[in-house]
Design a protein around this ligand. Structure first.
Ligand SMILES: Cc1cc2nc3c(=O)[nH]c(=O)nc-3n(C[C@H](O)[C@H](O)[C@H](O)COP(=O)(O)O)c2cc1C
Length: 320
């Protein structure tokens, strides 16, 4: 069970919650190889990107870029850091600011360059190397199997496949059938990714794809316990339903870590989106969200959350 990398979201406070709730492996947000090499020493953005918690035991750093030499240089730096147990190459990002420079999912259209990147990074990194890919650039150029085989040939140790094309961005449905084809065409472990929002989704994607694992992205937002619920189901155990008290403890613990990492002011802003996710599907969520979004004090956030989750009429909510 892997926590999929999400820019702006998978900092260590969120990764820690995922881990506490059953994720076996986590990833940093994507890190620009060129940006890392050129950033002034102590640059706050890169300090945050590389920031980790001592409790993290299976964390990979994800890099993106289009230049094999820069990628290799960044890989050498990152893979030498003790906090990372592995390195991951991003071949999936659909954002125009990334693809327009030929990085991320644009590399699925340029297999020779992608191959050169992997070869260079492979040489520079002695730790396990994974890659994250989509199924192709668009519906006319689906090349997931060829791309996966190339990754395997160049020494990638495991692959996470998001079952969408770049053109789909995050819309439509992930094509789990393509992930199954990739699984059949290579022998390295395949992590299936895309549209797992529930225990039922997890069981179906594993069954349909034969994948060796699952990466959860959006499904884990505000619901990190989905990891342990899936594990319980896979072990044939009863799936425990987190109660409002546990949701509150998780959200407050997450907030505390965010304050430790980014300071009170930044935590106040960054936690708004996380709290909206924790509240999603609970009764009277809109009212609580409105107060949280306007709050200027951490104490206000905490008391609104406590009131919300411990309210007597809260009941069992769809969101939990
Ligand atoms: C806000 C956001 C940021 C993301 N950032 C990254 C990233 O930095 N690197 C990456 O490989 N994928 C990134 N992704 C893609 C996710 O890792 C994942 O492949 C995608 O969301 C599909 O999985 P899901 O349906 O479980 O969310 C991001 C997705 C979202 C929603």
């Amino acid at each position: 069970m892997v926590l999929a990398p999400m820019a702006g979201i998978t900092d260590w406070p969120f990764r820690r919650q995922a881990m506490l709730h059953g994720a076996d492996k986590t990833m940093t947000e994507m890190i620009s190889a060129m940006g890392l090499l050129q950033a002034p020493r102590g640059n706050i953005a890169y300090r945050h990107l590389l920031s980790y918690d001592e409790s993290e035991t299976n964390l990979s750093a994800q890099i993106f870029g289009k230049d094999p030499d820069f990628m290799a240089e960044a890989a050498a730096i990152l893979s030498a850091l003790p906090q990372y147990t592995g390195l991951d190459i991003n071949f999936g990002c659909p954002a125009p600011k990334v693809t327009s420079s030929g990085s991320g999912s644009a590399l699925m259209k340029d297999i020779p360059r992608a191959r050169a990147i992997i070869a260079a990074v492979r040489k520079a990194c002695a730790k396990p190397l994974s890659a994250k890919m989509r199924i192709g650039w668009d519906s006319h150029s689906i090349n997931a199997m060829d791309f996966a085989k190339m990754c395997e040939d160049e020494g990638v140790d495991s692959l996470c496949v998001h079952g969408r094309t770049r053109a789909q961005q995050y819309s439509g449905r992930a094509d789990w059938g393509q992930i199954a084809l990739v699984k059949q065409s290579v022998s390295i472990p395949i992590i299936a990714n895309g549209d797992v929002f529930s225990v039922a989704d997890a069981l179906v994607i594993l069954n349909q794809t034969g994948a060796d694992g699952i990466a959860l992205g959006r499904g884990a937002l505000g619901k990190p316990w989905l990891f342990s619920q899936i594990k319980q189901a896979l072990a044939g155990e009863a799936v425990s339903l987190p109660d409002p008290q546990k949701a509150l403890v998780t959200a407050l613990d997450h907030l505390e870590d965010m304050v430790r990492m980014k300071g009170e002011r930044r935590a106040l802003i960054e936690m708004r989106k996380h709290f909206a996710w924790y509240l999603k599907g609970t009764r009277n969520a809109a009212a609580a969200r409105a107060i949280i979004n306007a709050a200027e004090e951490l104490e206000t956030l905490k008391s609104v959350l406590a009131r919300h989750f411990l309210a007597e009429d809260h009941g069992t909510s769809a969101g939990l």
